[in-house]
Design a protein around this ligand. Structure first.
Ligand SMILES: *Cc1c(COP(=O)(O)O)cnc(C)c1O
Length: 354
């Protein structure tokens, strides 16, 4: 088998993480957000594993993603589509049994104009100014819908990763006001970070995404999360760079002394961010080896001077995983864990294990 970058996806860890959030949630339980290829981990495989563990509410951004989830989990689980509802979405919602999230009065009118053969959810915007009905539109929405009740009423926190932010309480209160107008309808508010807030913020069905894959940091991160994937790439060549020489495009790194360098088969062509050049790292065994120079399309150069016995062509270097912490790598690349795993491309082979 020839070598290429690979992501071992730990379905057992993802299921364990989901159970953890399910326990942290209130009586409404936890659903699972599996949009964007399950944050890079594989929509079908992750959805199937979670459904097998008892997860019965899935969230995606687009109807086509919802169809992939439906094929993976079979009939039964609810699949919500965050992105709204256009007339073009109706056939897929009908055939795959998807529940569109209506985000505007226009979305509501579009749903009302269908044969109404599939349910809908309503999104109320309480502070993101992104998607969802404005609070002052909720009454109008309720009148237009008449006897048609949403399956779920949802809203989304802007600052859930900051437990001290006043936004959380303000949004929670605004959401409560909107909910009064739809008595008896199930509700959903918290994303991953919301599980670290006060109990009232975790009311209803929760919607963890990032945390299922082991991401997130700061005070809202619970103990015991495990990585959703191990991203590894093979060493292609080992060489000694001499003191005074430079490494890579733009000669951005100059070696202060003779340095053992490993050239690894991973680059921005795989979605590994170029902004990690001269700042990110890879683990060779237990040793953290710094990235030297710029990241190119297919290649990364590491200083492996501290891991000499392991530095051989064909050896695997870990860039995300139990040692190479996702959020630490993300900080080195100037971003968040979300962007690192979500951006991994199709050249990275996905290998699934329980
Ligand atoms: C993506 C998304 C989530 C999941 O957010 P995480 O921070 O990954 O847990 C929840 N709700 C909505 C509306 C989203 O768009």
């Amino acid at each position: 088998m020839s070598l290429r970058p690979r992501a071992c996806v730990h379905l057992g860890n993802i299921v364990g993480n989901w159970r953890l959030y399910d326990r942290l949630s209130g009586p409404g339980g936890a659903g699972a957000v599996v949009k964007a290829n399950a944050y890079g981990h594989g929509t079908a495989e992750v959805s199937r594993a979670l459904a097998g563990a008892g997860c019965s509410h899935f969230f995606v951004a687009y109807a086509f993603e919802g169809e992939m989830v439906r094929r993976a989990v079979g009939p039964g689980p609810e699949i919500y589509v965050f992105g709204g509802f256009m007339p073009e979405d109706a056939p897929l919602c009908r055939e795959a049994g998807l529940t569109p999230v209506l985000n505007s009065l226009e979305n509501i009118d579009t749903w009302l104009a269908t044969e109404r053969s599939f349910p809908f959810a309503l999104h109320v915007d309480t502070g993101m100014n992104r998607l969802g009905l404005r609070l002052d539109e909720v009454g109008d929405a309720q009148r237009r819908l008449g006897e048609h009740k949403p399956m779920l009423l949802l809203s989304h926190f802007a600052c859930a990763d900051d437990p001290d932010s006043d936004m959380n309480t303000a949004q929670s209160n605004s959401f409560a006001e909107a909910c009064v107008q739809f008595p008896g309808v199930a509700i959903s508010l918290a994303n991953t970070a919301g599980h670290g807030l006060r109990a009232e913020m975790r009311r209803g069905l929760t919607r963890p995404g990032l945390g299922l894959y082991g991401g997130g940091s700061g005070p809202t991160r619970p103990e015991g999360l495990k990585p959703g994937m191990t991203l590894e790439a093979p060493i292609l060549q080992v060489r000694t760079g001499r003191a005074g020489e430079t490494v890579g495009y733009g000669a951005s790194a100059r070696l202060e002394h003779d340095t053992l360098l490993a050239t690894v088969g991973l680059g921005y062509g795989d979605g590994f961010l170029r902004s990690a050049g001269n700042s990110g790292f890879g683990y060779l065994g237990e040793t953290c080896c710094p990235i030297v120079g710029r990241i190119s399309m297919d290649l990364i150069t590491l200083d492996v001077s501290a891991a000499v016995p392991l530095a051989k062509p064909g050896a695997w270097v870990e860039f995300i995983g139990a040692r190479a912490d996702l959020e630490r790598q993300a900080v080195a690349a100037g971003t968040l864990g979300y962007e690192l795993t979500t951006g991994l491309g199709s050249r990275v082979e996905r290998i699934y294990e329980d």
